[in-house]
Design a protein around this ligand. Structure first.
Ligand code: ARG
Length: 518
């Protein structure tokens, strides 16, 4: 075990010296360092995929990631946080525009540096290794697991709701089901890569079906004349109840409403993680973004209108699972269809999120940014089992300790620090590398605007209502630096890690990639 390890590290270093990388300093990212020297990496390495993502699959990759749990869970929360139907529409649309602008800036970054890894790659180019390390540290330990936890909790909410009719199911049961979902998805992903992608495709269909049913049902009701909830939309929902606030114009409060909305749109940068696999990226990356994100924004607007064609804003706020209430109102005997297809949709998103997380964990540890053992793959199944297990454990802990809403705030706060960072990276590179080819150049106002908004999104919630979660997130990012110096920069490996590595290899039947392919 440890011999193969050393060998792998040596190869890694050689690779770093050999490949100049897209911008000259992004050595250890690209296709290399898998311990496959002298072999054709395209043929043997399961992680190095060919360029097979065209325009259609590019759009599908964006749309499929963005549409997950949010649109089935967030509309109620957004209504509570904005206080009126009109304001919630403003925020929904604003989130779509913000995602589109962010993604256009990412299109410039992604066509400039065509190696996979999104933020990681851009931080490396613009700011150097430490910020890039911090990104991989936070995304493996916080961002990906919290995504997984939120989606699985939403899955559980719908799966349980299907049996609980219109009353509130106990939280313990929801959490238990969420944990079961994590375990099941973990097993699928450890079992085989093909099974995981198969599940992904089948479940994406379930998601599109759910959306189609909602929009069709809503349109039917609208045509029948059920438009009463769409008049006077800026009227506060409060008149009829005491619990809900008036239309919120307070900018601090609106920031958390944006968190809720932006969760539903998260994934707009997803294509940038796989740039190496896109055919003709300088054309297809910007195009997929320009088609995919407006498409999702349109779907979300239609779905929100459909919900309101069937229930009042108050009923929407009271409903734990809007899509279920929707189904109960208009699908009659087929009402069970709604929770089932939403559960299918969320299960699929969770599967895709773990799939990507395993890959990220695998790549970051392979580059010496996380523990070696996390980069091992199963000797026969070629799945990155240790990374997957690790993510699932962290996600499980988050499920136990948080609620959907608190996790979404925690996630969005942390994510927008890095999205803002990427905007800064773009602006910095316009100065430091003015002559580097930019096949797609986005208008400079876009990154400036998104940067300002992300500063607002990070600062406003802290001022408005300081939550301990924000402190955790900030402390966690800072803690990354404590690890960076000894373990990454100076490559210090504590003695006991050797033992842990060997033990894990035997327990899980995993090995460093070099050995796995010998
Ligand atoms: N927007 C998705 C949802 O509403 C979540 C996407 C999570 N992000 C990701 N990159 N997988 O559930």
């Amino acid at each position: 075990g440890s011999e193969a390890n050393v060998q792998q590290q040596q190869q890694q270093q050689q690779q770093q010296q050999q490949s100049p990388g897209a911008l000259g300093n992004d050595e250890d990212r690209g296709g290399g360092s898998r311990g496959l020297e002298g072999q054709d990496p395209e043929k043997d390495d399961p992680v190095h995929l060919k360029r097979r993502v065209g325009l259609v699959s590019g759009v599908a990759l964006i749309v499929g990631t963005m549409i997950g749990s949010g649109i089935f869970v967030s509309p109620s929360g957004l209504l509570i946080r904005t206080g009126s139907v009109g304001m919630s529409f403003v925020v929904w649309t604003g989130c779509g525009l913000l995602s589109l602008c962010g993604a256009l800036a990412y299109a410039e970054l992604g066509t400039m540096n065509t190696s996979s890894g999104a933020e990681y790659a851009y931080f490396m180019d613009a700011f150097g290794a430490p910020p890039a390390f911090l990104f991989s540290w936070v995304s493996t330990l916080v961002l990906k697991p919290s995504q997984m936890a939120i989606i699985c909790l939403s899955f559980a909410q719908y799966a349980v709701e299907a049996f609980a009719a219109e009353c509130d199911p106990p939280q313990e049961i929801v959490k238990l089901v969420a944990l079961l979902a994590i375990v099941l998805i973990l097993l699928v992903n450890c079992y085989s890569v093909n099974l995981a992608t198969g599940v992904q495709n089948a479940f994406t269909a379930g998601k599109l079906f759910a959306i189609l049913v909602i929009v069709a049902g809503g349109s039917y009701k609208l045509v029948q004349g059920n438009t009463q909830h769409l008049h006077n939309v800026f009227e506060s929902v409060e008149e009829t109840t005491d619990g809900v606030a008036k239309t919120v114009f307070n900018v601090g409060k609106l920031a958390t409403a944006f968190y809720t909305g932006l969760w539903a749109y998260d994934g707009w940068n997803n294509l940038n993680y796989v740039t190496e696999e896109i055919k003709d990226p300088s054309r297809n990356l910007p195009r997929s973004i320009m088609i995919g994100i407006p498409l999702v924004t349109l779907c979300y607007a239609l779905i929100n209108v459909s919900y309101l064609a069937v229930m009042s804003p108050l009923e929407m706020i009271d409903s734990e699972a809007v899509a279920v209430t929707f189904g109960n109102r208009i699908l009659g005997l087929m009402a069970w269809l709604m929770p089932v297809s939403v559960a299918v949709s969320t299960f699929g998103s969770a599967n895709g999120t773990l799939f990507a997380a395993g890959r990220l964990c695998f790549a970051a540890s392979r580059e010496g940014h996380l523990m070696d053992c996390l980069s091992y793959v199963h000797v026969r199944r070629f799945t990155p089992a240790p990374g997957l297990i690790f993510h699932s454990l962290v996600a499980g802990a988050m499920v136990l300790s948080g609620s959907i809403d608190s996790l979404i705030d925690f996630f969005s706060f942390t994510a927008w620090i890095f999205y803002g960072g990427a905007m800064l990276a773009l602006l910095v590179m316009r100065r430091t590398r003015p002559d580097h080819p930019r096949p797609y150049r986005c208008p400079i106002v876009i990154p400036v605007l998104v940067l300002l908004i992300s500063i607002y999104l990070i600062v406003a919630p802290i001022i408005d209502k300081p939550q301990i979660e924000y402190l955790y997130a900030a402390a966690f990012i800072a803690a990354g630096m404590l690890f960076y110096l000894p373990f990454v920069k100076y490559r210090y490996v504590p003695k006991f890690m050797e033992g842990v590595n060997v033990f894990l290899q035997m327990l899980l039947e995993v090995a460093p990639t070099a050995a796995a392919f010998d």
